[in-house]
Design a protein around this ligand. Structure first.
Ligand SMILES: [Zn+2]
Length: 260
């Protein structure tokens, strides 16, 4: 899909750079959104508060060159940073490889990158900040609208809207039945997941939701079996909803061919 006229190796390198830059953006969102800080301005070392210079801010590469330590105070830098950057690179690579057309690729890149940030924030704080779920929905809707206008895909609007409304309603019912065990953040996140999966393929909404519950219950049982959680532990569900959504477009064709 070298549509912008780049040689294949330049094209690949550009996407690696974009993927890692997205990962760097995710680490900024994860560090600042829960603290209600703006996302502009340079990052600081969490220990000595030294401003991180441009040369020390290259995703993954700087971590390796600095051997995982702050240049000034030598305090270890968490492995979470390079791992988050690599996870974003993987998600971007999968989007570029799997979808046809720039609008759809961009919609999936935005969905998976902001989704990754939401999943990590939910794991760390048990919250899905409104500002991020709102941006996720707005940006994904705008990019899908771009695809509809550019590629005459008006036929997909109906399934996208129905899926978004149905999935939001489903999680809202779970919120009521579970008396808040399933949080309102999950309900708001469901609107974006239903929208993009419904736009890609109606069946993937069902597969994605099923996978989310499958991953969630498997991990919960494993945590309880190993004594790391009890029945009363609050295990955030957003990361599992997103993981289910991330694998759904690729699993759905296989599952459909097995079961139908
Ligand atoms: Zn430092």
């Amino acid at each position: 899909m070298s549509a912008i006229g780049l040689a294949p190796h330049n094209f690949l390198l550009s996407w690696i750079a974009i993927g890692l830059a997205c990962g760097s953006f995710v680490t900024v969102l994860v560090a600042r959104i829960p603290e209600r800080k703006g996302i502009q301005g340079r990052s600081q070392c969490i220990s000595c508060k030294a401003t991180i210079q441009v040369r020390d801010n290259i995703p993954v590469v700087s971590y390796l060159l600095l051997k995982g330590k702050c240049r000034f105070c030598k305090v270890p830098i968490s492995m979470r940073y390079p791992l988050t950057e690599l996870a974003a690179l993987l998600l971007v690579a999968v989007a570029v490889e799997s979808f046809q057309g720039w609008w759809k690729v961009l919609a999936w890149v935005v969905f998976s990158v902001l989704g990754l940030a939401l999943a990590i924030i939910d794991l760390q704080t048990h919250r899905l900040p409104n500002v991020l779920t709102a941006w996720l929905f707005g940006l994904v809707a705008a990019l899908l609208l771009g695809d509809i206008l550019a590629n005459h895909h008006a036929d997909r609007i109906k399934m996208a809207v129905i899926s978004s409304v149905a999935l939001t309603f489903f999680y809202f019912l779970l919120n009521i039945i579970s008396r808040g065990g399933m949080g309102m953040g999950d309900v708001k996140l469901a609107a974006s997941i239903g929208l993009i999966l419904g736009y890609i393929n109606g069946s993937s909404v069902i597969v994605g939701t099923f996978c989310g519950f499958f991953f969630g219950s498997t991990i919960s049982v494993m945590l309880m079996a190993t004594g790391r959680a009890t029945r009363k532990s609050q295990i955030p569900f957003g990361p599992f909803m997103l993981l289910g959504a991330f694998v759904a477009p690729w699993l759905t064709p296989h599952l459909v061919s097995i079961f139908l």
